[in-house]
Design a protein around this ligand. Sequence first.
Ligand code: HEM
Length: 291
Amino acid sequence: MRPAIEAMADTLLDAMADAGADGSAVEFMHDFAYLLPVTVICELIGIPEADRAAFRPVARDLGGVFELHDAATLPTINAAAVELLAYFTALARLRRADPRDDLLSDLLAISDSGDGRLSDAELLHNLTLLLVAGFETTTNLLGNGLQIILADPPAGDAVRDGSVPPPAFVEEVLRFDSPVQLTSRIGYDTVLAGVPVSAETEVVTLIGAGNRDPRRFASPSRFDPMRPDGGPLSFGGGAHFCIGAALARLEGSVAFPRLLNRFPKISAAGEPTRRDTLVLRGFDELPVTVA
Ligand code: HEM
């Protein structure tokens, strides 16, 4: 998908250039960091362009399911899930009648083969998960990375002049400011650090803390894309390792050098605001000037 992602990124950068040509502030989170991943995942699944704008509030509501602390938001989360499932049910009906070259049509073919690999319900839930997991997280990778550059311009210069390869920069952003801070496991009868854990117990693993563990990473609070001890935990591990890791890494590796080369003078235009979330770590607003 690299050429498609490059083209999408350039279209968004064109719009940012127009909006910021007179020196006025552009809102990076909305104008780029959200739109790039959502466009990519919608293209991949096969969601028509006209439907995409309506997704942000619904998908953001559903993203609340990743946050562990607030039962009061459950009705909102449920309503968002019902809405997205209804949307995908209708879209699946369209694609069944008229298959295309997209992931939805491919998954429908598997589901309809009736070999038990993918039930209708699994298909719908996986589409919903792919949509939500596929962009809030990558949005935060892009925002967190840009904030590092705004606070420390030489980090951006190094990507711009090629002395730091974009994939190395992306890996270090993932480690330094992990877009997903924790994941969990259940169903293991085991002993962890001397503590017995039963199969019914949910174990929460703190990815962000692991990424800053001084026993694993030398000077963990230093941002150093060329560190030899890379390999962040940011995509989890084992059977549930993030299915979108390669896509997210590609989006980041395409986006950062293009953004920096297009806007050599990119700078902060006011205080960024962080989202008030526990699991997904990122910004609500990251205003910048580009001219
Ligand atoms: C920087 C971007 C991303 C980050 C930091 C991220 C992080 C994660 C993490 C931590 C997990 C849990 C892994 C575990 O528990 O071991 C996960 C799972 C998952 N991610 Fe991502 N993700 C990103 C992008 C994406 C994208 C682009 C997609 C879709 C194309 C995606 C789809 C999924 C899915 C479907 C799962 C569930 C996998 C399973 O349970 O088997 N993610 N991701």
